[in-house]
Design a protein around this ligand. Structure first.
Ligand SMILES: NC(=O)C1=CN([C@@H]2O[C@H](COP(=O)(O)OP(=O)(O)OC[C@H]3O[C@@H](n4cnc5c(N)ncnc54)[C@H](OP(=O)(O)O)[C@@H]3O)[C@@H](O)[C@H]2O)C=CC1
Ligand SMILES: O=C(CO)COP(=O)(O)O
Length: 326
């Protein structure tokens, strides 16, 4: 197994990296783009999909890094299946999924950490619309882990002259920034679809950030992470792009389309829908104010119209702007 300490020569010399055996779980848009990035760096990459020919056991055999990039709905079951296989404790388990588990309200990294107490766990999260990455357009991301060596190993697996990878010690913060902004992207899609203008859009995103931070701090994340690439950065990318599936969900709702129809037309994962429901479970349970996400949740449930969602936000009690983060 390779760890970053093994990969590097003495500090005076330039780093020398070894080939890593990487298994990517999930051959969707994101899993495929990440596999390609690692392959471009000459790492040895296997991709597993539940519909593919490789068994899970075959796919992970000898892997230094196992990167899960499947939709949230499969994560808990996949973690259980992986637990049944004997994975050496040096193997890094990483996740690139942006979602929350409805049954436990856990993040993917929390699910993997609970299943693999001895393994280094890492999160890959950032402003990374997969289509742009697959086209080789420049981008940056964050690999976060409490195990610095694991984060550095993954940093070298994916870094290239068009993909700049930063490390962070806050996996939960990196993951929550990427996850919770999907709900905001739905709101912004509605805002654009209703033609509410740039002032409204800017206000929505800016007011959504303390909302995300409030939840993040409550769950144990670090505040500075939310001002970085995996927080603000990902919110800007997702809310500003028609490539975002979550944005397109909001846009479709603003045009009077039914949620089922929008999701069927998308044909791929829009995690913000499930996340809005789980987020409301957390916010209600813990008493965390999340007014924007609450309106998105009501809209997704069909309890209010897009216009009513907007009115609900504009008619709230007047208050100072100062960010009441806790
Ligand atoms: N696309 C993007 O730009 C980015 C996506 N992400 C996140 O990555 C995750 C995957 O997104 P993306 O690849 O785009 O989505 P896709 O819809 O393109 O692919 C989803 C993948 O998950 C697999 N999957 C779904 N359910 C299960 C299950 N129960 N068990 C095993 N595998 C399952 C699918 O397998 P099958 O094909 O067999 O259905 C498919 O490989 C999401 O959480 C998303 O938020 C994060 C950053 C960027
Ligand atoms: O997370 C993403 C960009 O960082 C992808 O956004 P969508 O899932 O909304 O397409």
């Amino acid at each position: 197994m390779v760890t970053s300490s093994l990969n590097r020569q003495a500090s005076a010399s330039p780093p020398v990296f070894q080939t890593i055996n990487l298994t990517v779980l999930g051959s969707g848009a994101w899993g495929s783009a990440l596999a390609q990035l690692a392959q471009n760096n000459q790492h040895s990459v296997r991709v597993w999909s539940r519909r593919g020919e490789l068994s899970l056991e075959e796919a992970i055999a000898g892997a230094d890094v196992i990167l899960s990039a499947i939709s949230m709905k499969g994560v808990a079951e996949l973690a259980e299946r992986l637990k049944e296989l004997s994975i050496p404790s040096q193997s890094i388990i990483a996740t690139a999924t942006k979602g929350l588990d409805p049954a436990t309200t856990r993040t993917p990294s929390q699910i993997y950490q609970a299943a693999f107490l001895e393994h280094p766990i890492a999160v890959l999260s950032g402003p990374n619309l997969s289509k742009e990455i697959a086209q080789g357009l420049p981008a940056a991301t964050v690999i976060a882990s409490t195990d610095a060596a694991a984060a550095e190993t993954l940093q070298q697996v994916f870094s290239s002259d068009c993909f700049r990878v930063y490390t962070s010690p806050d996996p939960l913060g990196a993951e929550l920034g990427g996850t919770l902004k999907n709900v905001v992207a739905i709101a912004v899609g509605v805002c654009d679809g209703l033609g509410l203008g740039s002032n409204a859009k800017s206000a929505l995103m800016t007011r959504a950030l303390p909302e995300i931070i409030r939840v993040g701090l409550h769950m144990g994340a670090q505040i500075e992470t939310f001002y970085g690439l995996s927080g603000l950065g990902d919110m800007l990318a997702t809310c500003d792009s028609t490539l975002s599936r979550n944005y397109r969900v909001g846009y479709g709702l603003s045009q009077g389309k039914a949620l089922d129809q929008i999701l069927a037309e998308l044909g791929s994962t829009a995690e913000g829908v499930n996340t809005a429901y789980v987020l409301m479970d957390i916010a209600n349970r813990e008493g965390i104010p999340v007014p924007i996400s609450r309106q998105v949740h009501r809209l997704l449930k069909g309890s209010i119209t897009p216009r009513e969602a907007l009115e609900g936000l504009m008619e709230r009690d007047l208050k100072p702007e100062s960010c009441d983060l806790l």
